[in-house]
Design a protein around this ligand. Structure first.
Ligand code: CO8
Length: 259
């Protein structure tokens, strides 16, 4: 698959996607979103890839939706664009494998929303995250009023969306928008370390965990607990559950097969 706006490499079971439109600070246009969507299909079907890292450049993770591209859009074109963005971001959210956003520099607007579709976000020192859409006479259109609220709660989500002001990495850490802030030169090592920790687990249990955690945001507690119970007990029909518990009792590391 030929990519013009993204770089993709595989390293030790990790698929690493790098946004690559540096001249526009990785602004997200339809070409990039189309490539991302196709690449996620490839990754979903690739058993060699067990975790994914999405990152950008040193100056920008992504500075948002492409304003030049959006500036001439009418309602239908805007809707079509955001629908394709939503499809791509939902593929990340629903991917059976963990996805980490490794943020360096600016993660603004659609860039912040892309990170929000990932399971875990870490940031380099000096990064800035924000939803500046209100400065352009619009609102976030790819999860910024929905996923952001679920991650940081309505107080901070309203602050970010209604002021358009960015926050620094330390504030993002304080409010739970990212789980770690690391020196810039350690960002990718840290992301790979995290991915490595998750890759060592049972892929079946990992998929089940992600499904249950995602569902918890959409249903009431009783429905969520029922789903968790069914999913939990279903894991006892897997070889990985037998192996995980056997390995514990034999005081050795488990060797999971993903079934
Ligand atoms: N879209 C298009 N081009 C951009 C964008 C963008 N979002 N951000 C930066 N660029 C371009 C600049 O136009 C500039 O191009 P050129 O060199 O041709 O003039 C180049 O990138 C470098 O940018 P600057 O010279 O402005 O760099 P600075 O370091 O001075 O400033 C900033 C960096 C502060 C990030 C500034 O560029 C800026 O404010 N950018 C816009 C940020 C923004 O408002 N983002 C939100 C966009 S709206 C959005 O994301 C909603 C999307 C809805 C859903 C779809 C999601 C994919």
């Amino acid at each position: 698959m030929e990519l013009k706006t993204l770089l993709y490499e595989k390293e030790a079971g990790i698929g690493i996607i790098t946004l690559n439109r540096p001249k526009t600070l990785n602004a997200l246009n339809d070409e990039l979103i189309g490539e991302l969507s196709m690449l996620l299909d490839v990754i979903a079907a690739d058993p060699e890839v067990q975790a994914v890292i999405i990152t950008g450049g040193e100056k920008a993770f992504a500075a948002g939706g492409d304003i030049l591209f959006m500036s001439t859009a009418d309602t239908l074109q805007a809707e079509k664009f955001v629908e394709s963005v939503r499809t791509a971001f939902d593929k990340i959210y629903q991917l059976d494998k963990p996805v980490i956003a490794a943020i360096s520099g600016l993660a603004l607007g659609g860039g912040s929303e892309l990170a929000l579709a990932c399971d875990i976000r870490i940031a380099a020192e000096g990064s800035k995250i924000g939803q500046p859409e209100i400065n352009l006479g619009i609102i976030p259109g790819a999860g910024g009023t929905q996923r952001l609220t679920r991650v940081v709660g309505p107080g901070w989500a309203k602050y970010l969306v209604m002021t358009g002001l960015p926050i620094d990495a330390e504030t993002a850490l304080k409010i739970g928008l990212v789980t770690a802030v690391v020196p810039k030169d350690q960002l990718m090592d840290e992301a790979k370390k995290l991915a490595g920790i998750m890759i060592a687990k049972s892929p079946v249990a990992m998929k089940a965990a992600k499904q249950c955690l995602n569902l918890s945001l959409d249903v009431d507690l009783a429905a969520g607990l029922s789903y968790e119970l069914k999913t939990w007990s279903a894991l006892f029909a897997t070889e990985d559950q037998k192996e995980g518990m056997k390995a514990f009792l034999e005081k050795r590391q488990p060797v999971y097969k993903g079934r």
